[in-house]
Design a binder for this molecule. Structure first.
Ligand code: RB5
Length: 157
């Protein structure tokens, strides 16, 4: 049980998180970053940022964020430099996104997938590793270059 997973959800994802969390805890180290209470006025960016920062700080190797659709959480998490978050509701993307694109945060929509599929998506994501193949590393380097240039506010290297 070496992998540490940061887990978070807003009110739209809370019920799925609470079902998924004990199951994940039997297999991985889980850092639950909330929410813990059903507050329809809470905001997904707060939980997405917490999970994203846990991953970029090294507190966790991977993150899983759940909101109603998974879309808002994905958009928010990708604003944190170093995060490669994707919304995956099929198992092919859940492992290929890691193998080819080094995805480090999985986003799920609790209003879209049920518990059993969420377990399969999480397992598939967490068990996958970046292939490191030359073409994938080259493409990842280009993605990282876009990130660097955006931070610099220009187009130069
Ligand atoms: C909350 O109602 C909902 O908008 C949120 O959970 C998420 O689906 C946003 O993308």
């Amino acid at each position: 049980m070496s992998l540490t997973v940061a887990l978070g959800a807003d009110h739209g994802g809370l019920l799925l998180k609470d079902e998924l969390s004990p199951w994940l805890q039997q297999r991985y180290n889980v850092v639950d970053l909330g929410t813990r209470t059903l507050d329809p006025y809470d905001d997904y960016p707060d939980y997405a940022e917490a999970v994203a920062r846990a991953v970029t700080s090294g507190e966790a190797q991977r993150g899983i964020i759940i909101c109603g659709s998974g879309v808002g959480a994905c958009i928010a998490a990708n604003k944190v430099v170093g995060v490669r978050a994707c919304l995956c509701h099929d198992t092919y993307s859940a492992h290929q996104g890691v193998e080819h694109d080094d995805m480090n945060v999985l986003c799920l929509g609790a209003r879209v997938v049920g518990l059993e599929l969420a377990k399969e998506l999480a397992t598939t994501f967490l068990n996958a590793g970046f292939s490191g193949e030359e073409r994938h590393q080259r493409r990842l380097n280009k993605v990282l270059s876009i990130e660097r240039r955006s931070l610099q506010g220009g187009r130069g290297e």
